[in-house]
Design a protein around this ligand. Structure first.
Ligand code: GLC
Length: 798
């Protein structure tokens, strides 16, 4: 009998192998046995193993592979399971795993997962006709597509906000002048959010190989799928009941951005390339002479000697240190570009160090891989090795010593001329040896990580600013992201708003495009319009290619210069609001630029193609991007009330409106019941604003709160309680405005607060601290009163 069973099993196994070799898929099969393990449940199927782990009541991890699961390793995930299933029980047909929020049914034959919320509503389920399967090394998961299902996320993607009906691929690619429907681009963030039947969920497929997502493209509306060309079927399921909750959980798992230096939130001027030193100084002086605020200047590749990383071209920049000192004295911070390619040159220290320490990526035989980039023939550091990241990080001393504080990581997809680096190159993968097929998509992440960790340590207590083109899930922990080599067209400008929101939905809050377009020459109108959108974009940088016309704010005639000055000044007026918004994002993972689908998920109109570019900038501003030659715009205002920022005009929400949209007035609206803390215009964040915080409050019928935050903007002293944080509360039912008690030991930059009330009709005074204070009418819809900005709670009765 035993022999028969043995022969039967053997023939089954052989059949499977033959089946796999036949080019047909291998299907997971039914559950053979299960085991309860720490934080979870392990199952063995006919053709695979699975491990289901509870990370939190709303986060479940699912790992499936044909072979024994390998050592657990991830570049994205920074958390461990923090809770357990409340109950695991068996029924005749299934295993049931429950948490406080979720209910998982795992059918035995075949292995299929269905996830329900605590109200027993199905949130997500495997597609029964196609269980987990493998085609060669490609692992695939199919999920049922719900009739009304919508999809958000995947980071930096072109196309519509709602990804339904489309397919996407993740393979970090250098794609200059990418078309507005091109895929894939520079970043890989295999995380999406699904919404159907008034439920939400998220899935993060933590697999660094080339991944594919099919959101119901050519599938007869039956299923969606995701797959990877190698590696495990390894995904995290997020079952929070709101889009914001899913983002919060995803950024808990993969980490949130660190508090950026405040100067990186100002206006940034870049070009390929500003040189020599005299031109850089002249550029800085021009900003100051013209009184156009600016915080950062960038040096592109031409500052280096023969494009050798960590070197200076001595003719163009004979004394970087004194140049940077001059820039700093004028209130500028300098960023320089670094690329991964290390020039093959026996007189170059980085080449020699890399060579002797075996820091470079190799062919399978051990020979260093060679590819050509700007410097000519290069070797490439293996950033997936801790020792290499450390070396790379320490090498920045040649930039930090003279005073560079911003580090722009480019070409890190990685890119080499020809764009086709062989997949069989060898990587350390932090001890989990792998090939380019697995390391490619995390190359940029690890370069940015080496850069961030190294420069953070070199700057001795000052916050570095890192910018990257390529990345993987979790990149927000190290770097801001810009959306690569776009073009000077209206379509690219509008797409950039969606891409920034897409990155924000996927954990990357600090993002923005090259304003004005990198390739090509924008018209005066496009330049101005894009700059006005940039004011309300987390990352605010003007950049352009070497063969384009000048794009400094004064390059388009006097009227555009004046307009640009006004627009950039507005960014600086908003700085207290923006800095607080970044703080909130650091705390919660909620993006600074938020697709309306986050707050107004079930309002169909926010998904309409003509309104999908609109977003919230921070809690209280709604931005409606408009192409450059439009004088009017059709805007959708979601639920609530909205005040046009420029005029104070009030609009009831949940309606489409046609509004003026002249070049000097992008449609931006303040939310009713919202606070907007602002300051006087400064020329850079290093200049102190006037000592009065201009606190705008927009009347509304809903109670609301705003988290206000300040610190020195430069160091990590905030980790030692040196910050100034308080909650502003608006309580219309009791006609109260409360500036809550202050937390932290930092002294605010402001001694006074000017409450600027919008739309509070029929009120002529306020009472505070037993005193009656008259309101001064500033305009027909706006009144104000100035109070001391003391640390203790301030209650204002109106
Ligand atoms: C790449 C970058 C671009 C940079 C250029 C030269 O194209 O995307 O921003 O200016 O290289 O370094």
């Amino acid at each position: 009998m035993k022999k028969i069973i043995f022969l039967l099993l053997l023939s089954l196994a052989t059949w499977n192998i033959l089946y796999a070799q036949s080019g047909l898929p291998v299907i997971i099969g039914s559950i053979k046995n299960v085991k309860k393990v720490n934080h979870g449940f392990a199952a063995k199927m006919e053709n695979a193993r699975a491990l289901i782990t509870c990370y939190s009541p709303t986060i479940i991890r699912i790992r499936i592979d044909q072979k024994e699961l390998e050592d657990d390793f991830s570049y994205a995930v920074v958390q461990q399971p923090s809770s357990d299933f409340r109950e695991i029980k068996e029924t005749k047909e299934a295993w049931i795993l429950t948490t406080d929020s979720l209910y998982l049914e795992i059918t035995k034959n075949p292995f299929l997962i269905r996830i329900l919320n605590s109200g027993k509503q199905v949130i997500s389920e495997d597609y029964e006709k196609f269980p987990y399967s493998w085609l060669g090394t490609e692992a695939c998961c199919y999920k049922k597509l719900f009739p009304d299902e919508k999809f958000l996320g995947l980071g930096e993607k072109t196309g519509n906000l709602n990804k339904r009906g489309n397919k996407y691929e993740n393979w970090n690619s250098d794609v200059p002048a990418y078309a507005t429907n091109f895929d894939p681009l520079y970043q890989t963030i295999p995380f999406y959010i699904g919404i159907h039947d008034r439920v939400t969920y998220g899935i993060f497929f933590d697999n660094t190989y080339r991944t594919k997502f099919n959101f119901g493209a050519s599938t007869d509306e039956q299923f969606m799928s995701f797959s990877a060309s190698g590696g495990e079927m390894n995904y995290y399921f997020f079952g929070a009941s709101t889009v914001a909750g899913v983002i919060r959980d995803y950024t808990w798992l993969t980490g949130r951005m660190p508090m950026p230096p405040v100067w990186s939130l100002g206006y940034q001027q870049c070009r390929w390339s500003y040189y020599p030193e005299s031109e850089v100084i002249k550029l800085a002086e021009s900003f100051r002479e013209k009184q156009i605020p600016c915080d950062m200047i960038y040096l592109d590749i031409d500052y280096m000697d023969s494009y050798k990383i960590f070197t200076w071209n001595k003719e163009r920049f004979p004394q970087p240190e004194s140049m940077i000192r001059k820039l700093n004295a004028m209130g500028f911070h300098l960023a320089t570009i670094v690329d991964p390619g290390i020039k093959i040159d026996k007189d170059y220290f980085a080449y020699n160090e890399g060579l002797s320490n075996k820091y470079f990526v190799t062919y399978p035989g051990g020979e260093n891989y060679t590819g050509s980039v700007w410097p000519g023939r290069c070797h490439f550091p293996d950033f997936t090795r801790a020792a290499v990241r450390k070396w790379w990080g320490e090498s920045f001393t040649r930039l930090t010593e003279p005073g560079v504080e911003g580090f722009w990581n480019d070409m890190n997809e990685p890119s080499a001329w020809g764009q086709s680096i062989p997949d069989f190159l060898q990587f350390d993968n932090d001890g989990h040896k792998s090939s380019m097929a697995a390391a490619h998509n995390v190359y940029g992440l690890n370069m940015a990580r080496g850069t961030f960790e190294g420069t953070k340590s070199l700057l001795k207590g000052k916050r570095p600013f890192v910018l990257t083109r390529a990345g993987y899930a979790g990149i927000q922990r190290y770097s801001a992201v810009w959306t690569g080599d776009n073009e000077a067209t209206d379509d690219h400008m509008l797409l950039s708003a969606r891409m920034v929101c897409g990155l924000g939905l996927s954990g990357v809050s600090f993002a923005g495009p090259d304003l004005g377009g990198f390739i090509g020459n924008p018209s005066r109108e496009l330049y101005a319009r894009w700059l006005s959108l940039g004011v309300y974009t987390p990352f605010f940088r003007n950049h352009s290619a070497w063969d384009t016309k000048s794009k400094e704010p004064w390059s388009f005639g006097r009227d555009i210069e004046n307009l640009s000055k006004e627009l950039i000044s507005q960014r600086y007026r908003l700085m207290p609001y923006i800095y607080s918004g970044f703080y909130t994002s650091v705390q919660t993972g909620l993006p600074v630029a938020r697709a309306l689908a986050i707050n107004f998920t079930y309002d169909e109109k926010t998904w309409w193609l003509n309104y999908q570019d609109e977003y919230l900038f921070g809690d209280n501003l709604l931005v409606a991007p408009v192409s450059c030659n439009q004088d009017f715009a059709r805007v959708y205002l979601p639920e609530g009330g909205w005040y046009r920022l420029s005029s104070g005009e009030f609009y009831q929400g949940k309606q489409e409106v046609t509004v003026d949209a002249p070049l000097n007035d992008l449609p931006v609206f303040a939310r009713a019941s919202g606070f907007l803390p602002m300051q006087s215009v400064v020329q850079s964040t290093s200049e102190k604003p006037h000592d009065t915080l201009n606190l705008h409050i927009y009347s509304g019928d809903k109670a609301a709160a705003f988290l206000y935050y300040e610190d020195d903007g430069l160091t990590y002293e905030f980790e030692h309680n040196t910050f100034f944080k308080r909650e502003f509360r608006f309580d219309p039912a009791n006609k109260l405005i409360i500036l809550g008690n202050t937390e932290g030991t930092y002294n605010s930059a402001f001694n006074k607060v000017k409450l600027i009330l919008h739309g509070f009709h029929g009120i002529s005074m306020v009472k505070t601290d037993g005193r009656v204070l008259p309101l001064v009418p500033d305009s027909s819809s706006q009144q104000s009163v100035v109070l001391p900005f003391t640390k203790n709670e301030i209650r204002i009765q109106y």
